[in-house]
Design a binder for this molecule. Structure first.
Ligand SMILES: NC(=O)c1ccc[n+]([C@@H]2O[C@H](COP(=O)([O-])OP(=O)(O)OC[C@H]3O[C@@H](n4cnc5c(N)ncnc54)[C@H](OP(=O)(O)O)[C@@H]3O)[C@@H](O)[C@H]2O)c1
Length: 224
């Protein structure tokens, strides 16, 4: 199996390291991908910045090679799914390739539904990141609130070089529940992208076209 990588910066660089012998070719601005070169691999993982996506997207589509895209900050065109299908290809697009975050999503959905029965529950989402992170609250904290689908206070803190801590607290007058996710190593995104790419290669039940990381995770969980 050979998996190529486009974008070998902070995140794509970790993908290259983790792939080891499974690495096809690594592409960056100095060595841009071509359709012919991409066709030599079984899948491709892309971690270029959002503003560089237009420079590589047509090449990836034309190659027909299954793709796991981690780029953020790009408005994916509406007709993308039909273009990918036209090339009989399969893509996963994710703004967060953390596998554990999918378990959190499912847990939050259970908490949200079950909390209906509790008496006057109050929800609080708190996130902590390193001091260089500019946006607050984090996109992940906002996703947690969306999955919860209930009134919740969202607070943020910026401390040292924290890679990312998210915490949901549900409190009533008599009990308190806390659900916490802590990112320990940034290679968690590389791990998730490699898992997704391998699913695209090996799992024949995945249909052509585009799916989200959450849809892929749920499908594989159901198949187990
Ligand atoms: N989905 C997730 O879980 C997740 C996790 C982390 C990051 N991200 C996202 O992934 C993207 C990359 O983040 P990063 O921190 O790894 O960025 P980075 O360190 O700046 O690396 C970007 C890489 O993209 C390459 N690149 C730029 N333009 C290119 C082009 N036209 N053709 C080929 N390669 C090109 C760069 O090549 P040169 O070195 O030659 O310039 C560099 O290797 C961002 O959108 C970020 O938000 C997503």
């Amino acid at each position: 199996m050979k998996i190529s990588v486009i974008g070998t910066g902070k995140t794509g660089g970790r993908v290259v390291e983790l792939l080891g012998n499974d690495l096809g070719e690594a592409f960056d601005e100095g060595n841009p991908p071509t359709v012919e070169k991409l066709k030599k691999s079984d899948a491709v993982i892309i971690f270029v910045p959002g503003d560089a996506v237009p420079e590589v997207i047509d090449t990836v589509i034309e190659s027909g090679v299954p793709a796991a895209w981690g780029s953020t900050g790009y408005d994916w065109p509406e007709d993308l799914d039909s273009k990918v299908k036209a090339h009989h290809s399969k893509w996963v697009i994710a703004s967060n390739f953390s596998l554990g975050m999918n378990l959190i999503r499912k847990s939050i959905e259970v908490i949200s539904a079950g909390s209906e029965i509790l008496i006057d529950p109050e929800f609080h989402i708190h996130e902590v990141h390193h001091i260089h992170k500019k946006d607050a609250p984090s996109g992940t904290a906002l996703s947690w609130k969306e999955w919860l689908n209930r009134e919740a206070e969202v607070t943020s803190a910026r401390e040292g070089d924290v890679k990312g801590i998210h915490e949901l607290t549900l409190k009533t007058a008599t009990e308190e529940i806390t659900l916490k996710h802590k990112a320990l190593d940034r290679s968690l995104f590389a791990e998730g992208a490699i898992w997704a790419a391998k699913q695209l290669i090996n799992n024949s039940s995945i249909e052509t076209g585009i799916c989200t990381f959450g849809q892929l995770f749920d499908q594989v969980m159901e198949e187990q």
